[in-house]
Design a protein around this ligand. Sequence first.
Ligand SMILES: CC(C)(COP(=O)(O)OP(=O)(O)OC[C@H]1O[C@@H](n2cnc3c(N)ncnc32)[C@H](O)[C@@H]1OP(=O)(O)O)[C@@H](O)C(=O)NCCC(=O)NCCS
Length: 358
Amino acid sequence: MTRQPDLVRGATITGTGMYVPERVLTNRDLERMVETSDEWIRERTGIAERRIGAPGQASSDLALIASQRALEAAGLEAGEIDQIILATTTPDRILPSCACTLQAKLGAKRAAAYDVFAACTGFIYGMGIARGVIGTGLADNVLLVGVEMLSRIVDYGDRNTCVLFGDGAGAAVIRPCAPGDGILSVTIHSDGVLGDLLEVPAGGSLQPASEQTVREHGHFIKMRGRELFKVAVRGMEESLRTALDDAGLTPESLDLVIPHQANQRIIDATRERLGVPAEKVILNIERYGNTSSASIPISLDEVVRAGRLKPGDNVGFVAFGGGATWGATVSRWTMPAPVAAKVVAAPGAVAAAHGAGS
Ligand SMILES: CC(C)(COP(=O)(O)OP(=O)(O)OC[C@H]1O[C@@H](n2cnc3c(N)ncnc32)[C@H](O)[C@@H]1OP(=O)(O)O)[C@@H](O)C(=O)NCCC(=O)NCCS
């Protein structure tokens, strides 16, 4: 679905934050768990290590730290948030929503809070929703979060999936801005016919939890990787082209592309089709693996804290995920340089940017 609403005001990112758990699971660790090798994983995916949440840690705990960092960067109090939009595939519980749990932990008393289930494309969907609610005046201050604890739904006996996924959270504060600045375009798509390429078969209304579903590992991710690979490259290329068209821009006018970190080969193939030089495309999959809806906001926060974005830069975000869902958005960056510089200088900011997980 692509449509450019006639918005009265624009919406822009005014602060970012991220958090990843401390525990690192390396390819060498995985070699001891399944029949795989560090060489195979690096060559086929670009991943060297990923983060794994501690026992007792839940998605809302990761989201809380990322959100607090984003609010601090934006200079916003939790009590000022109008809406919390939380993208996840791994909420703490099915009920209540993870967004409501985060609301309680933040003390964001006046916020309306809800989850978005769009798998790895969740953050892009969330940017579209945030732009809509801000543009129409329904909200001024939106906290958008992407968080995953995929380690909780990964079968560490299945080498097809366990090498890929990791845990983490990223957040962004989105606020009104002048029309023509900030989020310029959003394009989002789905194709439910492709639903079984990536699924968790049990635990919902179709196959409620039972001894049998546990025995059959039905609560873990099942993936048809090769088929996903092809549709991911096509979907990411097409949606970023559409978002650029809608914004009146071309691939050459992009200063930075922040793609969902699913597989380095998917990112490289998409980049080559678009003709964007490698140095403009953010890659951190080596350190975090695929963190689904968290991968784009984690990457964004690292980029912001490293001072790689300045006002006026054109930034493309693009993702593909289970559902199938895919989409892209193009933003004209507005966070003033002094804010970015202050954030970089803040104690602990550099450690956070390098995934120290504190
Ligand atoms: C999963 C993925 C890395 C596999 O890479 P691939 O090059 O497509 O590899 P294939 O699936 O063709 O498998 C090649 C061989 O490696 C084997 N293999 C699979 N996982 C392996 C692992 N961890 N270690 C070693 N060998 C492995 C396969 O069994 C297969 O062996 P076979 O030829 O004897 O059958 C790749 O398809 C991918 O990234 N797909 C997209 C996944 C994705 O992005 N999912 C999330 C959506 S956002």
